[in-house]
Design a protein around this ligand. Sequence first.
Ligand code: URA
Length: 265
Amino acid sequence: MPDARQRAYLEAMGIPLWERRGVAGAVIAEEQGANPLEDPSSSNEPLLPQAPMAGQEAESAPGGPEAAPPLLTAEPRDMDWDGLQQAVTSCRQCSLCDSRTQTVFGVGDRSARLMLIGEAPGADEDRLGEPFVGRAGQLLTAMLAAIGFAREQVYIANVLKCRPPGNRDPHVDEVAACRAYLDRQIELIQPRLILSLGGVSAKNLLDTDEGVGRLRKRLHHYAATGTPLRVTYHPAFLLRRPEEKAKAWADLQQVWSDLQGSAPA
Ligand code: URA
């Protein structure tokens, strides 16, 4: 049975709970089968967005027009975490470096079983240097908690490390410039499963124009690393379309199920 904290998260997600008639005290989420909330690994860690990790991007002023782009002395695929983080912090591989406040590298457990990949930093993330810290991030944190994960137990990153101005969709050249960083993060983490958040993330990770509504129905693999990958709705979309939250909840249950026992094929 979900405890009070998990019930609060389900309610925050807009997933209705009801008392099953005739079964004293049994509370189940609507449209669900087995209840992943009973996962004993469920954590009591605080779930509010965290401050930027120590050693993560400090404030970095955008380079002026006269600043020469630093040359990458090593390929991201050869970098360790420190080298990769430094390379991202000082990256000038595309024009987003001119408008960003700071890069948004990624956050969480670097040996996580579950890696979540969103689209790109928004205004809050650009300001704070951490992915998914705005309203969508709060919903994402609640969604994770509902399947027993604290933010600190997963790794969260984006396809892009810099905010596109006005939150426009990423351009092809920007995704290409950032791809090696993301690939190296995936290689270093070796997650058992990637959860792609939203259409822009899925389109770029899977190189497809298929919509989330179809992609979420089957297991995929990220081509560069062979990592099993699932797709669900972006939390910002769920904030606009709360009636779709039940589908996202079903997707999260599938993720929880995938992570039990052996890795999904
Ligand atoms: N949306 C995203 O895709 N990523 C973030 O980090 C924040 C909002």
